[in-house]
Design a protein around this ligand. Structure first.
Ligand code: FES
Length: 173
């Protein structure tokens, strides 16, 4: 990865020593420099807790909504077990988005070949894989379970290369 230009970084460093009331805006390059953007993603957004919504958006078991964060398609769901999770919205089979928008469901069914997932992200069934000897893997995002704070905001943390964790291997049913 390229580093942000030294001149830009030195300007930003100078801002740190200024009275906050005298800083009206960042230099224009701070909004357009790709290297600085990438640095921000890695240094802040992939390391810190991110607010992804409010618990009131999904008050009932089975409620869910989709959200895109850091180029990842995610599904925030109030599971049938009562736990709120952020899951990858990408099917483990051929990487189709499993659902869109928001709603309520007992399980998620991928529209492509009908692989079906529980609301905790585990694979429930792969109907057209009956008889296959190939084990397949049920996966669940994210690197950490979301938390709900005292204001009922939903927080989650994403980390590059660890956002998708394989949970268990199961056989075709
Ligand atoms: S891509 Fe989802 S079932 Fe095939």
């Amino acid at each position: 990865m390229d580093s942000p230009p030294n001149e830009l970084m030195s300007t930003l460093s100078e801002y740190l020593s200024l009275d906050p009331l005298s800083c009206y805006s960042l230099p224009p390059e701070a909004y357009t420099d790709l290297a600085l953007y990438t640095l921000e993603l890695d240094a802040i957004f992939r390391k810190e807790w991110l607010c992804v919504g409010r618990a009131e958006y999904i008050p009932t078991r089975g409620d869910y909504y989709c959200i895109d964060i850091l180029d990842e398609s995610l599904l925030v769901v109030h599971g049938q077990d009562g736990v709120i999770r952020a899951l990858s919205n990408i099917c483990r089979h051929r990487f189709m988005p499993v659902v869109q928008g928001s709603g309520n469901t007992k399980r998620f069914v991928c529209p492509y070949h009908a692989w079906t997932y529980e609301t905790d992200g585990s694979l429930y069934a792969a109907p057209f894989m009956k008889g296959s000897s190939v084990p397949f893997v049920a996966c669940q995002a994210t690197g950490s379970k979301p938390g709900v704070d005292f204001c009922l905001l939903i927080w989650m943390m994403m980390r590059r290369h660890s956002s998708i964790k394989c949970r268990q291997q199961i056989s075709a049913s």
